[in-house]
Design a protein around this ligand. Sequence first.
Ligand code: LLP
Length: 467
Amino acid sequence: MSAAHAAAPRPAEPAPEPDGTSTGVWPTSVRRGDDGALVVGGVDVRDLAVEHGTPAYVLDEADLRGRARAYARAFAAAFAPEAGLAGADVYYAGKAFLSVAVARWVHEEGLRVDTATGGELAVALRAGVPGAHIGLHGNNKSAEEIVAALEHGVGRIVVDSLAEVDVVARLAAERGLRAPVMVRVTTGVHAGGHEFIATAHEDQKFGLSLTSGAARKAVDEILARPDLELVGLHSHIGSQIMDLAGFEVAARAVLGLRAQVAADTGYLMPEIDLGGGYGIAYTGADSTPPTPEEVAAALAGVVRRACAELGTAVPRVSVEPGRSIVGPSALTLYTVGTVKDVQLDDGGRRTYVSVDGGMSDNIRPALYEADYTATIASRTSAAEPVAARVVGKHCESGDIVVRGVALPADVAAGDLLAVPATGAYGRSMASNYNLVPRPPVLAVRDGAVRVLVRRETLEDLLALDQG
Ligand code: LLP
């Protein structure tokens, strides 16, 4: 390797500057104030740090509401009866991040809520989301979760196995109820940003296979049970998907099964759900993500065409975006501690910037090799850029927050660092590894801060320990 190459070991890009768009990496309200510090939702990040400490997830309420509203509007327009379709519902996938306020906001913006556990269901109900506007997923639901869904009149329970068909029917019968169910179908489409988040190929735990006949078997069982109402078929192919082609293939497969069932039994299921999984930009290197309008148009087109070809009436369609609603709406604010210059094997150097959080507040780099970017949030700097790696405070060398980013050479202890696009699967997958208390979620809007989830304290952690 040449000396010139060795001197510049890793081409790392700086974070894109905030540009006020909804397709970039930053919440739309983020800008640099007059003295160079980031302002989000009208609040200076330095004030946030002083008042609430770091690390902290900072959620731009207007941005999140705007994304939710954009999905509601785009799907209402694309699936309108005038467009030859039968309407659509957008369920916000609460697994990406759910708190009572967020559930209320998306509800106010016209969305429903998709839950995957009794915990998510409880939060959606606490927010006042009507049971009929909530869906319950899960490949291994407990009886308690199913009973909670039934008793709160959840609009659909998405069954994930043949055994579950039996359990839901029995629990509904015991209560004199008829349970609305959908069948989770795996269509064989393999899509998604990482093996662990692709969900519709054969060799994984979710759903009932279309090709093996398991999905059809579940449909027939449900149709034979008076305690179950078959609402429709469900497909979720994966997550962080930028190319819409996979959704179209999956939609065709699901619509094909729906038509086959209608031909054989005379029952045409009224709905299909095409899942979530629309990608977002995490760094400047990511391609531009599909907009809600593009997603809605693509899905509306394939549903219209496929139903025309199959000779069936169009179904009502639902989708379940999570990441693309909450992901870009939040950034994580950290404080820089130790800064270390490390000599690499090839003779180059890398600056290790340690922050006061890490894999406990963002497991995604360690789990999926996910890329993020970062910028100094408390000031601008004219110093030369250096190849930096942002790391956490945990006892693992894989505790990486940002694998490679250009930061100014004068990055120093006490600087605030902002990592964008951490709203989805950040707080919701946070842990207490190394007994680190989990950060708060702070909502900002019009210059005001509201604590949605407070910071955990050592007392919280000690209170769980029974000695
Ligand atoms: N619907 C179902 C049935 C799902 O399983 C998921 C995500 C979604 C909707 C929402 O997908 P989204 O629009 O958020 O991509 N922890 C991983 C992602 C796991 C996704 C699991 N299911 C990550 O951090 O990338």
